[in-house]
Every structure is written in structure tokens, then in C-alpha cells.
Design a protein around this ligand. Structure first.
Ligand SMILES: Cc1cc2nc3c(=O)[nH]c(=O)nc-3n(C[C@H](O)[C@H](O)[C@H](O)COP(=O)(O)OP(=O)(O)OC[C@H]3O[C@@H](n4cnc5c(N)ncnc54)[C@H](O)[C@@H]3O)c2cc1C
Length: 493
């Protein structure tokens, strides 16, 4: 295999130096990372232990997945995976049973096995050398690079490379970002009886998720504390899963049916790696950060993370002088994503926890913001026209590591305690220079017009609406008047 890796010639994007990049794991994160690194001109080899297609959790995709796949030329992967739009979800959560509607049907359900197989095919077409089925059983680094030992049907194989990407998915390692959680799941072949819509239910001490898949297959998941699964009546995992499903109002009808394939149980605790990146390695996807499954956005986050990881790795390999900036960028962006998801998940659990006293709910809802606090003023057209605005005294303009198309570099950014992290661009427009020339005391409409040489009116108003929403700029109370000349502008750092 080593000879095949050396012999294969990859397209080179430029005269930039080419590195041998090793990727372990061909989930969405590993394949997308490999495709992007090949597009950047590196020699990429990818190893996957499972034969495809294989079943995998992560079958409900959020709307953001499609544009991310399009960015690496994999826009057809969702159709290949039998993608079916989801216009409604049956739910029993914080009120009576009902249907949560999405008229735009922006999310979809796919066959994950087929999605991953298609992404791997696209990686091959991009010049990535793939070894499947082979499992990495040892990895060591020395001054000359990485050595991997692969276990294959033909015996051990050795690979060498300059840079290693670990995209092996959830390993149960890393720093827990919430209470310990387990997911037990089973597939059922229901054929014509398959419910047309997914369902989600908050039970007394667990939540339940039912996903109708292409081909009359149905996946059921029970997400609970590990102790709850252990304590459920039954001597086998399947028996315990059935006991828990019988407690669900929406899924108990399955208890008399036969499972299709083995019942599984896996760690579903949100986690972040303590060591996600170094000068010659990076962890990608769930191996770097795994989310609470309540968000149903693990695949989107894995692909987004893989794209950011490829730019980080490219910077480490080709601009080692910017290595510190690249390492800081990747660590910070993982941290911010983890924090954002934790806040969202806590607030979401809190809506169901209000009527569920069990420890499962109370632990997950702890620290949620008070839902009774009044919302900020609505950003209607009249406010945009009538009320003077100013940059919040808490807003800062500074310099921070940012993601570019190929490299991480330091850029002017805007920060504010109300936003997750530094913002360099909104809608493709650099924000710091716009805020630096903000006419304090002008109405948002006047501000948008004053930016007219750089941003057309409509996107300028959209940017202002977003900045108002985040608190980066604030509207004056009506009684304060319009003389804002003495207000401070954004402080430079
Ligand atoms: C209960 C639950 C429900 C979920 N539901 C959703 C959902 O509805 N929607 C959603 O978007 N996400 C969901 N997710 C999250 C989603 O499953 C993951 O975020 C996503 O699969 C991460 O992709 P990845 O490429 O990082 O890892 P994975 O998809 O886990 O891929 C890792 C790959 O690495 C391979 N591998 C591992 N070790 C080795 C080795 N030593 N050698 C070679 N190959 C190796 C594995 O075989 C695997 O193919 C859910 C997660 C859980 C736990």
C-alpha cells in the first residue's frame, strides 16, 4: 500500500509544497476533510475500517448540510442517499401532542450509509487514496513524521505521512460538556406501516426519537442516563430498550415488532477533545467535538468543522510562521461551538423540564436563562427609520485569527459580550471597517445609506438588523433625543 500511496500523483493547486496527509475514518468529517485537502493540492490517503454502506446515527440532516456539501462539489450526495424533505415532526415535548411544521421543508432524512459511501466516492474522484476495510491499530510520531499500522485482511500494513487527521468519530473520550448520557437504538422494518413523519417525545426520564428512513426502515432512539438503561427491566439490551420504548406514548406501538439487526447503545454525552490540534495533527468532526444529540446537527457541525480543519492544516503545513494563529483559531472555534450548543441544548431541555421533575431533565436544564425575561424590541421598519443608533460601549474592534479560503490569518474583527466570538465578515462584508465609520446618533436607515459606497442598501440593513439583535449596536430610548455626538465609538484594542 505504501508504494501505491507514493506512486499516486495528485493535482497540485499551485507551486506550494505538497504534504502527505493521513486521514483515519471516512464519516462525513473524514471524507470532507480529505476532499478539501486534496483540492488544496496535498497527497491524501484515507483509511476506513467498515465496509460501506453501513448504518450510522445521524440520519436527520439540518438545512445547513447541503450548502456545505456543495462547497466541496458533493451537492449530489443527499439525493444519492435518498434524501427526503421533512415538512413536519410529530412532537410531544412541552405541551400537548402536536406537529411542528416547517413549510419550507428545509431539513431532510437520508440513508447515512449511502451518504457516507457517496462522499467517499467523491473523495476518490478528487485523488484521495482510500484503504477500506482496514483499521488503524497503532500510530506513532517521530522527527520524520507519522507511522500508522493498519490491520487488514492480508495482514498488517504500514503507512507513513507528514500530517495526521483523526476523524474516528465519538470515542467516549474528551471533556464532558454535560451530564453523562447514553443512546440505545434499534432499527425496525415496517414497510408500508412506516410513519411518514419523524417523532420526538419527552418522556418522564428519557427522550425518544423516531426516524422513518428510505426503504421502509424505522430507527428508534431512547436517550437517557446510563443508570436508567441499566435499571430497565430485561436481561438483554434489546429487552431493556423494549421496556423503555413501552414508556413512550408515540413509540410504544413498536413493542410487538421484530428488530432489524442488532440493538445498539452508545455514549451520547457531549464532549470536546482536550487536545484537538497540534503542529502535525488535527482531530476532526466528532473526534474533536461531539454534540448533545438533541440538536440533530452533528453531521452539519462535523462537515463545517472538517472544512475549518482543512484550512487550519493547510496553514500549519504551508505557513508554519502562522502556526500559532492557526492553532489558536481551531481551538477557539471548537470552544465557541461547544459553548453555543450547550446554551441552546440547556434552554431546549428547560422547556420540557418545567413539567418533568426527574433528575434526567433537571440536570440538563440547570442554568437555563429565565424564559420569562422580556424580549428586546422588535426590529421593525419604523425603528430602523426613527430611532437613533450608536455602537454599544461594550463593542470592541481588534485583531483575531480568522478563517480564509485557504489559510488562517489575523484580521480586524468586532467582539461584544453578546456574541459567541469575534466577527470579521457578515454577508461577505468586512464588519470592522464599517463599524469604524459608524455615524453615531444616525438612524439605522441613515447608517445603511452612509455605507452605500461599500454595501448596497438591502444587505446593509440586514447587517444592521443582525448587529442590533446581537447588541453590537443599540437603539437610543425614544425619550433620550437624538444628540449622540458625545457617545463613545467602538474602542480599539
Ligand atoms: C444518539 C445520536 C443521534 C444522532 N442523531 C443525529 C441526527 O439526527 N442528525 C445529525 O446530523 N447528527 C446526529 N448525530 C451525530 C452524528 O452521528 C455525528 O455527529 C456524525 O456521524 C459525525 O461524523 P464523523 O465523521 O465525525 O464521525 P463518524 O460518522 O462516527 O465516522 C467515523 C468513521 O471512522 C471510522 N473509524 C473509527 N475508528 C477507526 C480506525 N481505528 N481505523 C479506521 N477507521 C476508523 C468509523 O468506522 C467511521 O466510519 C447523532 C449522534 C448520536 C450519538
Amino acid at each position: 500500500m505504501a508504494a501505491a500511496v507514493r506512486g499516486r500523483r495528485h493535482r497540485r493547486a499551485s507551486n506550494a509544497p505538497v504534504s502527505r496527509v493521513l486521514v483515519i475514518g471516512a464519516g462525513p468529517a473524514g471524507s470532507v476533510f480529505a476532499i478539501r485537502m486534496a483540492m488544496l493540492g496535498h497527497e491524501v490517503t484515507l483509511v476506513e475500517r467498515a465496509a460501506f454502506p453501513r448504518r450510522r446515527l445521524g440520519e436527520a440532516l439540518t438545512p445547513g448540510v447541503r450548502p456545505l456539501l456543495e462547497a466541496v462539489g458533493a451537492g449530489d450526495a443527499i439525493a444519492h442517499a435518498g434524501g427526503r424533505p421533512v415538512a413536519a415532526i410529530r412532537q410531544l415535548w412541552d405541551g400537548p401532542e402536536g406537529r411542528r411544521l416547517d413549510p419550507a421543508a428545509a431539513g431532510c432524512i437520508i440513508d447515512r450509509g449511502r451518504l457516507d459511501a457517496r462522499l467517499l466516492e467523491i473523495a476518490r474522484a478528487a485523488g484521495v487514496v482510500v484503504r477500506q476495510t482496514a483499521s488503524v491499530v497503532a500510530r506513532t510520531a517521530d522527527a520524520t513524521g507519522w507511522r500508522l499500522v493498519l490491520s487488514t485482511a492480508q495482514g498488517p500494513v504500514h503507512w507513513r505521512g507528514d500530517f495526521l487527521a483523526d476523524a474516528t468519530g465519538r470515542t467516549g473520550q474528551g471533556i464532558a460538556q454535560g451530564p453523562r448520557t447514553i443512546a440505545a437504538h434499534a432499527y425496525w422494518r415496517l414497510g408500508v406501516d412506516t410513519p411518514p413523519e419523524p417523532c420526538i417525545e419527552a418522556g418522564a426520564q428519557a427522550w425518544f426519537w423516531g426516524v422513518p428512513l428510505p426503504g421502509g426502515l424505522y430507527n428508534t432512539l431512547v436517550i437517557c442516563r446510563p443508570e436508567t438503561l441499566r435499571a430497565a427491566r430485561g436481561t438483554t439490551l434489546q429487552a431493556r430498550l423494549r421496556t423503555l420504548l413501552a414508556q413512550s406514548r408515540l413509540l410504544r406501538g413498536l413493542s410487538g415488532r421484530t428488530c432489524d439487526g442488532p440493538v445498539g447503545a452508545r455514549d451520547a454525552t457531549p464532549r470536546i477533545s482536550a487536545d484537538p490540534v497540534g503542529p502535525r495533527f488535527i482531530r476532526v468532526g466528532d473526534a474533536a467535538l461531539s454534540l448533545d444529540p438533541i440538536s440533530s446537527s452533528g453531521v452539519q457541525k462535523a462537515i463545517q468543522g472538517a472544512l475549518a480543519a482543512a484550512v487550519t492544516a493547510n496553514t500549519l503545513l504551508r505557513r508554519p510562521e502562522a502556526g500559532t494563529t492557526a492553532l489558536a483559531f481551531y481551538r477557539d472555534s471548537l470552544r465557541r461551538t461547544a459553548d453555543r450548543h450547550r446554551r441552546w441544548a440547556t434552554a431546549h431541555y428547560a422547556t420540557a423540564a418545567a413539567t418533568r421533575p426527574d433528575r434526567f431533565w433537571q440536570e440538563r436544564a440547570a442554568g437555563a436563562p429565565d424564559a420569562s425575561s422580556p424580549p428586546g424590541p422588535a426590529l421593525d421598519a419604523q425603528l430602523m427609520r426613527m430611532r437613533p443608533a450608536r455602537v454599544s460601549p461594550l463593542t470592541r474592534i481588534g485583531i483575531a485569527p480568522c478563517l480564509g479560503a485557504e489559510f488562517v490569518s489575523e484580521q480586524p474583527v468586532v467582539t461584544h459580550p453578546g456574541i459567541d466570538g469575534p466577527i470579521a465578515y457578515l454577508g461577505g462584508h468586512a464588519i470592522a471597517p464599517l463599524l469604524a465609520r459608524f455615524p453615531q446618533g444616525a438612524t439605522p436607515l441613515e447608517v445603511a445609506r452612509s455605507w452605500g459606497d461599500r454595501v448596497p442598501l438591502k444587505p446593509a440593513l440586514a447587517i444592521l438588523a443582525r448587529l442590533l439583535d446581537d447588541g453590537v449596536i443599540v437603539l437610543e430610548p425614544p425619550e433620550t433625543g437624538t444628540d449622540m455626538g458625545a457617545q463613545p465609538g467602538p474602542a480599539a484594542q
